[in-house]
Each structure stands twice: as structure tokens, then as C-alpha cells.
Write a protein that binds this ligand. Structure first.
Ligand code: NA7
Length: 542
């Protein structure tokens, strides 16, 4: 039987967003096909299989809110590891037979819009061509990995792996391992492998202002009770808080609090662990440098207490903040700081002694030292937020590729669609709240909005929808203005701002005004019949 080639919706990506879209589209009675570059479901959790990969939003928040799904699935840890998230996807597949609508090992290379047919033509890397009325980009924020152009990169004779291309079951024990990068990924790898490797050399350019995870096991019987009493409330709460969590930023300003109130609040948030100290703290932490300095001083004290060596203290938690606290996404650690007191671990401060070149035997820093290595791990991050979209040759009404369109900066309407690219939506991408928030909170919000829009179009005989240039301009200005209120741009390199990738335009890439504010903008547009969009009626014959 030959493969069908026309669908209502073509979905790119089979992670949380793609799976949510597929399940909802099926319920709507439309046809959909998902194309996934990887060999299985999971998206970011399929690709990022490095040791220690772990979720940093607590359960029950980091999952789908559909009771049909959570009723029969219980996570075993408050912050589950990547393998358990992969198992969660397999569980969902068993339940819903997701894979029957997914084409794996299929990287979409191009998507071109035909204005006369109101159709997308999508081409996969093996040459297959498909058509869809809608294009749903579920490509995630971190699907395009980034390797800086280090001199001599090809000269290295040992093994070299980017964190998101970790070889399955790789045995790094008894090896001399070097890790470049101390973002969330680097921190997770470092704390996981440090006990087992012959030697670990960490090349740190900027210390990560990490927070304590405070992991705990979830007991199945207890969780059943929590499910009954709290799950529905927690999921509802996700759409009422700034970051889609079940707690909110303290609206009180730090500068209005007494020293005792501040000390108490800091201690309380710190003890709670996770993102509480970041997203549950005083609101002015995000826009007032003086208040931020105080939060940083508290953080520094806590970290230094765990690091006996004064030289290491200064590298890991310097007296002078490397950037305001919380303007780069903090990550959650479990035993990160203790690692550096191990005799087999060396921390190299490459902000002082920069990486000069990768040599056949290791890595040479500007102080003339050659660090000998068997394995080099590049935990150097991603072309975040935009990379998944711009790496596909997407052309809309005027034939201009998305990559070119966004070369001077991202522009969108509601962080979900772009003028001149009709019937194309993205989820958890540019100018949406995405990584300021708990993933599934944002994903469900946007995905449901898109589904409602498709339903509205079908019911009203509308064949295409596209943002107007005016609405796009006004929304993008708003995103810029909101971004400028915070201290975000004070970090030299930050993927929130696109400044982590050489040559990428620096701009606030996400909507930083909170989940409820974002939801209101999206819902207001929908309630006014998709205000800000141009709608085209289907022709009578069609
Ligand atoms: P990140 O957070 O972008 O971290 C990348 C790390 O790599 C970071 O420590 C960078 O140092 C370092 N880096 C990048 N380029 C260089 C060069 N040229 N030289 C030295 N060091 C470099 O990526 P992750 O994968 O850790 O995390 C991404 C997100 O995924 C994470 O926030 C979670 O939300 C999930 P820098 O800090 O720029 O000095």
C-alpha cells in the first residue's frame, strides 16, 4: 500500500509539543502526520541521553494534565531522570498508539507554502514529499546543537561528543575526561561522572549560579492520594503563575522588606529547593540591580559553605557576580559543589586562561598548560529557541526563507505565528514564554490555542490564517519592551538573549511577561475572532 501524502496537519517533532498536537488533532477529527528526525518519541529527552540528564521542574508539574494519561502513570522521583521521561513516552504510545502517525528517522528539510492552494509542501531528507493545510512546528527550544569554533577541533585523537549526541551506554570509567561548559547540561554531567572517571577536567568560562534540587523519591501509594487531592489543582495552578509552576513570584519588593523579612524569605525559598529561590523570590530581583546583588550575596554564602578551598570558592562563587542572579536560566544541582573537592577533579577557569586550541592529546589553555584527555565532552549548548525552526528551509507567501527573515531578529505575532507564513504555528518557540516556564505548562497552553484556532477555521470555512504585519510589529515591540524591563541583557552570554551563539542577533527571544499575561493576549485575540490575523475564506468550489 502506498503511503498517503496529504494531511490536514503536518507536525514536525515528536517531543512533548508534537505528541500533544497529534493527540488533540485526532480528537478534532483531522488527519495528521508527525515527522521526527530521531528514531523514537521523546524530543529533547530522546537526544539528550548523557549521564545525569534530569528534569528541573518538579512533579507533578512536568507532565501532561490529561487525567487519561496521569491516572495510570506515576513517576518515581520528584525530578525524574531522562530515562523515566522516555519510558513515559513509551507508556503514552502503548495507550494511544502514537507511533502509527509518526515517521521516524525523517528530518524535514523544507516546507514551502502555496498561496493558490492554501497548502504546505513538506520535503523529508529521504526525498518523500507531503502536503498539509497546516504546518505545526514542534521543534523544541534546543534541537540544534552548538559547537563553538575552537581552533584545532579536528585534531583531537581521543573521543569527542557533544552532550546531545552522547553514545548509548558509553563507558567513560577510568578515562581522563574533559568537559567544556557548565550550563545545566555540564553541571548534570559533571556531578554524575565525577566519582567514576580517572580524572575530570572542567573548563568553566562562567560559573553556573545553580540551585539545590532537593530530590526525593515518590512513593506510589502516597502519589495515588496526591493524584486524587492535588493533581487537578496543580495543573490549574500552572496557568495562573508567572512561570507555570505551582508557586509564584513574591509580588513584594525586596527593597520594601526589612532585613529580617528578607533573610527569612531567602532561607525559606532556599530550603524549599528547586526554582523557589529564583521564581518564588521577590519580584525586584529581576529588575533592580541592588536587590539582585543581595540575592546573589545570599547564594554566594550558601555555595561557599560547601566549598572549603578558598581558590575554588572564588572560581565557583566569586565575590563579584559574573552577572545578575537569575538572568541566565539557573539549573538544579544535587552534589555539584562537593565534586570539586575530589582529588580527581580539576576546575580550569577559562575566563582567565582561555582555551587556545584543541590538540591531538587534549586541550591547551593560554597559560601554556596542555590538559591531557581521552574524552572531550562539549556541553556547549544549542542555537536555542530559534535554531530548530531556522534550520528548516521554510518559505511563506513571498518565498523568503525563515532563516533569512529572522537574520536581523525574530518577529512574530503572539509567539506562535509569523506574518507571510500562513497556517504555520510553532509551540514553545520564539517570543512565547517557553523557557521562562515549566515546559508542559507553556506547551499545553499554546497547543490548545492552536487546536481551537484550527477548529474555528474548519467551522467557519476559513482556509488560511496569517498574522498582519501591524499586529506582528506591535506584539514584537511588546516582547522587546518587556525584556528591557529586566536585567536579562546584563549577562554577556545567554541563550535567553541569543548571545550564546557567535554572530546571532542579541535580543530577548522569549515573552517575559508571565504565563497569565501571555494567555490573556492569546485568548483576547481568539475571542475577537482572531484579531491581528488575516483570515481567508475557502472558495465555494473547495
Ligand atoms: P548552555 O546553558 O547554553 O551552556 C553552555 C555552556 O557552554 C556554558 O557554560 C557556556 O559558557 C559554555 N560555552 C559556550 N561556548 C563556549 C566557548 N566558546 N568557550 C567556552 N565555553 C563555552 O547549554 P546547556 O546545554 O547547558 O543548557 C541548555 C538548556 O537546556 C538549559 O538551560 C536547560 O533549560 C535545558 P558561558 O556561560 O557562555 O560562559
Amino acid at each position: 500500500m502506498s503511503e498517503r501524502d496529504t494531511y490536514d496537519v503536518v507536525i514536525i517533532g515528536a517531543g512533548f509539543s508534537g505528541v500533544h498536537q497529534l493527540l488533540k488533532i485526532r480528537k478534532l477529527g483531522l488527519t495528521a502526520k508527525v515527522f521526527e528526525a530521531g528514531e523514537d518519541l521523546g524530543g529533547t529527552w530522546l537526544w539528550n541521553r548523557y549521564p545525569g540528564a534530569r528534569v528541573d521542574s518538579p512533579m507533578p508539574l512536568y507532565q501532561f494534565s490529561d487525567p487519561e494519561i496521569w491516572r495510570d502513570w506515576t513517576f518515581t522521583e520528584k525530578y525524574p531522570g531522562g530515562k523515566e521521561i522516555q519510558a513515559y513516552f513509551q507508556y503514552m504510545d502503548k495507550k494511544f498508539d502514537i507511533k502509527r502517525d509518526v515517521s521516524f528517522n525523517s528530518r524535514v528539510v523544507s516546507a514551502h507554502w502555496d498561496d493558490s492552494l492554501d497548502r504546505w509542501t513538506v520535503t523529508v531528507d529521504d526525498g518523500r514529499v507531503f502536503q498539509g493545510q497546516f504546518l505545526s512546528l514542534c521543534t523544541g527550544v534546543g534541537s540544534k546543537y552548538y559547537i563553538p569554533r575552537f581552533k584545532g577541533l579536528d585534531a583531537f585523537k581521543g573521543e569527542m561528543h557533544h552532550s546531545s549526541r552522547w553514545p548509548e551506554d558509553y563507558d567513560f570509567k577510568k578515562k581522563r575526561v574533559g568537559v567544556i561548559g557548565t550550563g545545566a547540561t555540564g553541571v548534570q554531567i559533571i556531578q554524575e561522572i565525577a566519582p567514576d572517571v580517572a580524572h575530570l577536567t572542567v573548563f568553566q568560562r562562567t560559573p553556573n549560579l545553580t540551585l539545590p534540587m532537593r530530590q526525593r523519591k515518590l512513593i506510589a501509594d502516597e502519589e495515588e492520594k496526591v493524584k486524587k487531592d492535588l493533581y487537578e489543582i496543580s495543573f490549574k495552578r500552572r496557568h495562573q503563575t508567572f512561570a507555570g509552576l505551582d508557586f509564584d513570584i513574591n509580588p513584594k519588593l525586596m527593597r520594601d522588606a526589612t532585613p529580617e523579612e528578607r533573610a527569612l524569605a531567602f532561607e525559606e525559598q532556599w530550603e524549599k529547593g528547586g526554582f523557589h529561590f529564583w521564581m518564588g523570590s521577590f519580584a525586584d530581583l529581576f529588575f533592580d540591580q541592588k536587590s539582585n546583588d543581595e540575592a546573589y550575596a545570599f547564594w554566594r554564602k550558601k555555595v561557599r559553605e560547601r566549598v572549603p578551598n578558598p581558590e575554588l570558592q572564588e572560581k565557583l562563587a566569586p565575590m563579584q557576580p559574573p552577572h545578575p542572579f537569575g538572568v541566565k536560566r539557573p539549573c538544579l544541582e544535587q552534589r555539584y559543589y562537593e565534586v570539586y573537592s575530589q582529588p580527581n577533579v580539576t576546575l580550569v577557569d577559562i575566563s582567565k586562561d582561555a582555551i587556545e586550541e584543541i590538540t591531538p592529546n587534549g586541550l591547551k589553555t593560554s597559560d601554556g598548560v596542555e590538559h591531557e584527555l581521552d574524552v572531550l565532552v562539549l556541553a556547549t549548548g544549542f542555537d536555542m529557541v530559534t535554531g530548530g525552526i531556522t534550520s528548516i528551509d521554510i518559505r511563506g507567501q513571498d518565498g523568503i526563507p525563515m532563516k533569512e527573515r529572522w537574520a536581523d531578529g525574530v518577529r512574530s505575532y503572539l509567539g506562535v505565528a509569523s506574518a507571510t507564513y500562513p497556517n504555520m504555528f510553532w509551540i514553545y518557540g520564539p517570543q512565547s514564554p517557553s523557557s521562562f516556564t515549566n515546559g508542559p505548562s507553556s506547551i499545553e497552553l499554546t497547543s490548545d490555542w492552536i487546536i481551537d484556532c484550527m477548529k474555528f477555521m474548519k467551522e467557519n470555512n476559513i482556509s488560511s490564517i496569517v498574522p498582519t504585519a501591524e499586529a506582528q510589529h506591535a506584539y514584537s515591540e511588546l516582547v522587546d519592551q518587556l525584556g528591557a524591563v529586566g536585567l536579562w541583557s546584563r549577562a554577556k552570554t545567554s541563550w535567553y538573549m541569543g548571545s550564546n551563539v557567535e554572530g546571532k542577533k542579541t535580543q530577548m527571544l522569549q515573552f517575559s511577561g508571565s504565563i497569565p499575561a501571555y494567555a490573556k493576549l492569546c485568548n483576547d485575540s481568539a475571542e475577537k475572532g482572531y484579531d491581528g490575523f488575516h483570515l481567508k475564506m475557502a472558495s465555494v468550489q473547495a
